[in-house]
Design a protein around this ligand. Sequence first.
Ligand code: THG
Length: 367
Amino acid sequence: MPQISFSRRLRRTPFSEGVEAAGVKGYTVYNRMLLPTVFESVEADYRHLKNHVQVWDVSCERQVELRGPDAAKLMQMLTPRDLRGMLPGQCFYVPIVDETGGMLNDPVAVKLSDDRWWISIADSDLLLWVKGIANGYRLDVLVDEPDVSPLAVQGPKADDLMARVFGDRVRDIRFFKFDMFEFEGRDLAVARSGYSKQGGFEIYVEGSEIGMPLWNALFTAGEDQQVRAGCPNLIERIEGGLLSYGNDMTDDNTPHECGLGKFCNTHTAIGCIGRDALLRVAKEGPVQQIRPIAIDGEAVLPCDRPWPVFADGKRVGQVTSAAWSPDFQSNVSIGMIRLSHWDAGTAVEVETPDGMRRATVQERFWI
Ligand code: THG
């Protein structure tokens, strides 16, 4: 296979030295930055994540910082989720939509204070959209990308490892909340969140200089817990129904098509730029939606382009993420399926690169 060439445009991270020393075997590019995808093997990494604890370099989850008197107003313009009840110390998963109601990103919003927010973005150039809105509407707010790199600690032993480095107070952090913790004289936001269903934390590492010291502190503290370097795991995130922007949805999809209607309060999200468009489409309801799909047969190949889904010879959707699940002894996948065929139990066929496979729409994701 050809290799990807490295250059200044493909950004390294404050933890890249540690990631390489740990023997990273594969990367993807995310927000123009390196994101590890494999250490031992995707299956071995999966097993270790479910049994132990991993440290993930998710620096590529870049922050768009909003700072100033209009920060909260700008944040609400970006999303149909009603943010009025959101308090400092909370994180919200927020669909971001354009003027047509199309998804531009699905980040985690972090409210530091009324006039300071971080938007922890998925893989799209949200900074440009946000700067455009702030300037076009002449808002009193600064928008930039700070030197903040998230480091995730995920897995069943995450609480015990984090308590050794930051103290027992980390155990008190509730899901999608954060608190401040000191490391080498810096105050860092530590949230109970992360792109897995195994539980854990995300440390918003402010200041690249403390990246490797923190990385090393976690590995030293976790030696007897079998801590390893890891990364978002393809199998585990499909089992858990965690969506990947650019893969499972794009700006052609509304939040409702993505199953993110529960994160929309379009009627009360006054100021949201996509509000009128979403009110119109939400009235009819979506005609296609994200579904878990079990694909029969042997382990599928990697899904690097949408796989058409058919029923009775007619196209009824596509699969955009797929992997063999050792725990469920089946291929697990995420697809976008038309209304006529999205009911649980519906039999469909998926055109994979090594042939047509029988498949079944599932009632819910696996974990
Ligand atoms: N953490 C942070 N930033 C991120 C991600 C993250 N930016 C990129 C990407 N991941 C954004 N996408 C997601 C997708 C799913 C979730 C978070 C970010 C997620 N969803 C939970 C679920 O679906 O079970 C819970 C959502 C909720 O109940 O509020 O965690 O992972 N910092």
